[in-house]
Design a protein around this ligand. Structure first.
Ligand code: HGY
Ligand code: MN
Ligand code: MN
Ligand code: MN
Length: 405
């Protein structure tokens, strides 16, 4: 059965666009994510791939016997709240379409070959991004991962159990990692570089250092209608100052800083809050600029908290160092994709990916598909069918080359 990309995409995308709870599209182990994982498993098995979950919940679909020096491609199915349909699924559907394309060309890998689906890439439910690939590579301990909780206090371990997986099996997996010879991820570009160059495909060279910090501001709850401002310890004030400081620091250091998630307690219209919990997502092309941004926000949060009789505590929730993809692999892929059509753009990105985590352990590369508006992590994320098909063709070319197909 060989469906080309459009048909495959049509069958998956409605699942990806499911709204299940509170605007989450595909939060890990939720109904839409589970449905997407079931769709992937069925579509992979329909192609004769053997599918199994590893101890961390990542899915591995092997074309032939699992073995060493494998060529692996894949991405993720989970999304940010109200995210787009392409971030993640494009790399999964594209991988299956690339398998179809290799077969259509009458090719078969002469190296072990797998398609991988990594869990909790967005960290949208449990807070740490690329959780599945971090567990696989040992970048996070099973103990810490198991204790991570979602907004309802459900732990990662409990969610795995609910999904039918044994949390005792979590952790770095040298057997699986040892099998991977090379990993290539196809992903929609989360930015406008290819829209500006007019190219349908680009190749990644590096992922910026980036991280997530949580700031807990604790004040005194009180009545909105009877408490004079001089008598307030309102945590909303230092929170607001910290958000403005983030924007100033980002502009000053040519970096990116976002506060997109905040929880106010008790969250009542007529009550001065007791606590404001906010998350800072900061990214920069270099560690120095990133450090400067985080330090600025932290200093302003503390200054303003002291001014308003509020306490503030900061926590580093996740950090990703600068990752440079394997140069020779990058150049080999760029040459293969560029072919006679001339050079393909080589791009750095501020977006994190499982490829950025795996790159610490195995030779890794990324292919980007043009995003006409650059918008991502939003329902308006889009890519044209022609560019998606160009991405599949490029991925198939690269996989055929790497797998000696
Ligand atoms: O947040 C990111 O950079 C990625 O989309 N997980
Ligand atoms: Mn994303
Ligand atoms: Mn992604
Ligand atoms: Mn009252």
């Amino acid at each position: 059965m060989s469906e080309h990309f459009d048909e495959l995409w049509t069958r998956l995308a409605p699942v990806g666009r499911n709204r299940t709870t509170g605007g989450y599209r595909r939060y890990s182990w939720g109904p839409a994510d589970t449905e997407a994982r079931s769709w992937f498993t069925a579509a992979a098995r329909a192609r004769g791939l053997d599918v199994a979950a590893d101890g961390n919940g990542n899915l591995w679909a092997w074309w032939g016997e699992p073995g060493g020096d494998a060529v692996v491609t894949g991405s993720h199915l989970d999304s940010v709240p109200d995210g787009g349909a392409y971030d993640g699924p494009l790399g999964i559907v594209g991988a299956l379409a690339a398998v179809d394309e290799l077969r259509r060309r009458g090719l078969r890998p002469r190296r072990p070959f797998a398609v991988a689906v990594f869990v909790e890439e967005e960290g949208a439910r449990f807070g740490v991004p690329c959780l599945g690939s971090r567990l696989l590579t040992g970048a996070i301990t099973p103990e810490r991962a198991g204790r991570l909780t979602d907004a309802d206090g459900v732990t990662w371990s409990a969610a795995m159990e609910q999904a039918g997986l044994d949390p005792e099996g979590m952790g770095s997996d040298s057997e699986i990692l040892g099998r991977i010879g090379v990993f290539v991820e196809l992903h929609i570009e989360q930015g406008r570089a290819l829209a500006h160059t007019g190219d349908p495909i680009g190749v990644a060279s590096a992922v910026w250092p980036h991280g997530r910090w949580r700031l807990d501001f604790s004040g005194q709850a009180d009545h909105a209608g009877t408490t004079r401002t001089a008598d307030r310890s309102d945590p909303m004030l230092p929170f607001a100052e910290a958000v403005l400081a983030a924007r100033r620091a980002a502009e000053e250091h040519d970096a990116l800083a976002t506060v997109g998630k905040v929880r106010v307690s008790p969250n009542g219209t007529n009550a001065v809050p007791s606590r404001v919990r906010a998350w800072l997502d900061a990214r920069a092309a270099d560690e120095g600029a990133l450090r400067a941004v985080v330090d600025s926000v932290d200093a302003e949060a503390r200054r303003s908290a002291a001014e308003h009789g509020v306490t503030v505590t900061g926590f580093l929730e996740s950090k990703s160092p600068l990752v440079r993809f394997d140069h020779s692999l990058r150049d080999r892929i760029a040459a293969r994709v560029g072919g006679t059509g001339g050079a393909v753009p080589i791009l750095t990105t501020g977006a994190g990916h499982d490829a950025g985590v795996l790159a610490t352990a195995v030779p890794t590369a990324m292919l980007f598909v043009r995003n006409p508006t650059g918008i991502s992590h939003a329902p308006q994320e889009s890519a044209t069918a022609a560019d998606c098909r160009a991405g599949v063709t490029a991925l198939a070319d690269v996989l055929a080359d790497l797998a000696d197909a």
